[in-house]
Design a protein around this ligand. Structure first.
Ligand code: FES
Ligand SMILES: [Fe+2]
Length: 428
């Protein structure tokens, strides 16, 4: 056992998470980061990609589950598998491209080849091996995640098959995924615009917390409100019917739908774009679900929902967080394409450039806050970060624990309650 693991096993995680405060070391301690990668990623359900990223047989993409590299591949039998990106000979990484199409993965070291379903296909100079190896051959395919499930095209994997059922894991997060798909006349979305990646010197949980923080926008994103979004909603108003909600299982959201319904106006969430500018899309929706239902969906808009532990449905974008180290993470963002909505898709792309790109308004601001958050944590006093905002405003509803104070920290507490459960399972 390494000294760091030894120390990790002696950390009393439960004592570091109080109902109203979080200990700063949870964002900075490398030993805690190690525990998280094991407990929250490698032994848990995590998001690994969207099936529209690998539509054809042989398509693949590379990702990581915790710190383990994986290849998400569609085999020639159409099945999506999550393969460990490691040669079974002497462990070379098989694939270094972000994505591609391949019938075979060939190890660059000694040339072993694997089919895109992971089976070992070829071993050069095989006469150098004895009979025992020949008999083992069928066991020398690439290792695979034990469980892979797809919901609404979103692919989730559990590496070791020990994290309980997918239904229990996804829980109430199905509703927001359905809400997103309901904006498509075909009931589908696609991620085919590629991912932008932002590496930042911030803990992965800091990145997640800010996605669903309803308290910061007026300050962190002041320039957005001044420059480009004055028409959307009066965000300074105390009267807004915006909910922050703990959906259970670490999932949580900021839900604007009641405010939009109160105004009964379409596309408030999309710069109030008039429907005439997307006439074909509107017609396709009305043909698919009728005029009334179309109006309702255009009013309600997309979800603003975090799906534990690494997926954020950011309205018309998807965000995925990849932890790198206690003080480093990569934030991936992708624009959503609505199947059957080319006119809205063109606008979403422009929106992605304005909001999510390196010169954009939103991610750049949040990235700066994340790094400053991490930098501030280097000061060890006071020891705790507060997370008590909006406690007394919470009510238990069918949808989850809800506060109608949009600045309530209900969303962050939702993550920490679940974090504590998972991180202390073995310590209990
Ligand atoms: S390590 Fe892959 S073929 Fe040797
Ligand atoms: Fe933000």
């Amino acid at each position: 056992m390494t000294a760091q693991m030894d120390r990790a096993s002696s950390i009393d995680i439960a004592s570091l998470i109080q109902h109203d405060r979080i200990h700063g070391s949870l964002y900075t301690d490398p030993a805690i980061f190690d525990l998280e990668m094991t407990a929250l990623f490698e032994n848990a359900w995590v998001f690994v990609g969207h099936d529209s990223e690998i539509p054809e047989k042989g398509d693949y993409l590379t990702r990581r589950i915790g710190r383990q590299p994986v290849i998400v591949a569609r085999g020639k039998d159409e099945v999506v598998r999550v393969l460990l990106n490691r040669c079974t000979h002497r462990a070379n990484m098989l694939c270094r491209a972000d994505s591609g199409n391949a019938a075979l993965f060939r190890c660059p070291y000694h040339g072993w080849t694997y089919a895109n379903d992971g089976r070992l296909q070829g071993v050069p100079f095989r006469e150098g091996y004895d009979q025992e190896m020949a008999e083992m051959r069928s066991e020398l395919g690439m290792a695979q995640a034990h469980q892979v499930e797809i919901y609404g095209g979103f692919i989730f994997a559990n590496l070791y098959g020990n994290a309980g059922s997918f239904d229990d894991y996804i829980g109430r997060a199905k509703g927001p995924i359905d809400r997103l798909l309901s904006l498509s006349p075909e009931g589908r979305i696609e991620l085919r615009g590629g991912w932008m990646k932002h590496r930042s010197a911030a803990n992965w949980k800091i990145v997640n917390e800010s996605q669903v923080d309803g308290y910061h926008p007026l300050f962190t994103h002041e320039s957005v409100y001044k420059a480009i979004m004055p028409a959307k909603v009066d965000y300074a108003s105390d009267e807004l019917l915006v909910a922050t909600r703990d959906l259970g299982g670490g999932h949580n959201e900021v839900d604007y739908s009641r405010e939009y319904q109160a105004q009964d106006a379409e596309f408030i969430w999309f710069k109030r774009t008039p429907r005439e500018k997307m006439a074909k899309y509107v017609a396709a929706m009305e043909a698919a679900v009728g005029a009334d239902e179309t109006h309702k969906r255009f009013v309600d808009g997309p979800p603003h929902t975090f799906i534990w532990p690494n997926l954020f449905l950011a309205e018309m974008h998807v965000i995925m967080v990849e932890p790198v180290a206690a003080n480093e993470s990569i934030q991936y963002t992708a624009p959503i394409h609505i199947a059957g909505g080319e006119e809205i898709n063109a606008r979403i792309l422009r929106n992605a450039e304005g909001a999510m790109g390196p010169a954009g308004f939103l991610i750049a601001d949040d990235g700066e806050m994340g790094e400053r958050n991490q930098a501030g944590l280097a000061a060890k006093q006071p020891e705790w970060a507060l997370l008590s905002r909006g406690f007394s405003s919470e009510v238990q509803e069918d949808k989850g624990l809800t506060s109608y104070d949009r600045t309530s920290e209900t969303t962050q507490r939702a993550m920490w309650v679940h974090y504590k459960e998972l991180m202390t399972e073995d310590q209990a």
